[in-house]
Ligand binder design. Sequence first.
Ligand code: NAI
Length: 289
Amino acid sequence: MGSGRLSGRTAVITGGSSGIGLATAHRFLAEGANVLIGDYNEEAAASTIEKLRSDGHGDAVQVMRADVSQEGDVKALMGRALDVFGSLDVVFNNAGIGGAIGPIVETEVDHWDATFAVMMRGVFLGVKHAAKIMMTLGGGSIINTASIAGLSSGVPPTAYSATKAAVLSFTKNAAAELAEHKIRVNAVSPGIIFTKLMHQGRDELAETTMRIVQPWPERGQPEHVANTLVFLASEESSFVTGESIAVDGGYLANGLLRMHPLPGAKTKPDYAGITYGLTGRPRDVRKLS
Ligand code: NAI
């Protein structure tokens, strides 16, 4: 057995054929885990497994076609991990789509429901069937992918953002309910991460948006999220549950007035010192050169 932080552990990753899920599969394998990827896209899953195996991971990585919105598929996915690797220690409920787009008054009920089916029902089913197995094994770590879209307003599409807010609420309640079984449930909330789902081939537009809303000057990469996943999956976070960790280059730290400064406001302050409000004490402020 290797000496990685996830050595000997078994992880299921949904949506693991692309973007954040794939980067996490790479990191988990490098940390010594066995990984079962579940993905809707059979073709992508096949080429993922080929690539990961040619990278030397051999039978430590397996894939299975699964639609996270279907209970039978999710149950079978968790069961497969147990059958093939003999345990189930970590589940990353990460599969996602853009979902319904457009104004609320133009949104079809079917599109709304299909968005929730993947993004919220998928997470519920992942937690349900992971927990059923983990309860019998003495515990585990479940991580759900939420988003900054669930933590702030003004991030379209509306249906997508609503599912992510629901995922955050569900994560807290699941953490409280499952704590007695030593099953931790946390969320990761990515900011702007350059994956196909995010830029949809419009790389320049994504870059421009990023420069307006994100203080950190570099692009968010799937690997940034994957590194946080290693922490949440490993014993290093053994007392962390019901938490959401934003991986967003300071997006949430960036208040509205920073993005849209008031008329006449400087982008960087040109003064420093202290003011004492209504105390009557004189202010002590100096101009910066
Ligand atoms: P991606 O499109 O690169 O990967 C998503 C994967 O999920 C794909 O492999 C896709 O085939 C799979 N998938 C979709 N529907 C599925 C279903 N019903 N069953 C099983 N697999 C399914 O996307 P990315 O960017 O890696 O997104 C991963 C997660 O991160 C999603 O939940 C997304 O909402 C979330 N996220 C992404 C952000 C970003 O900027 N990229 C920001 C915040 C959250």
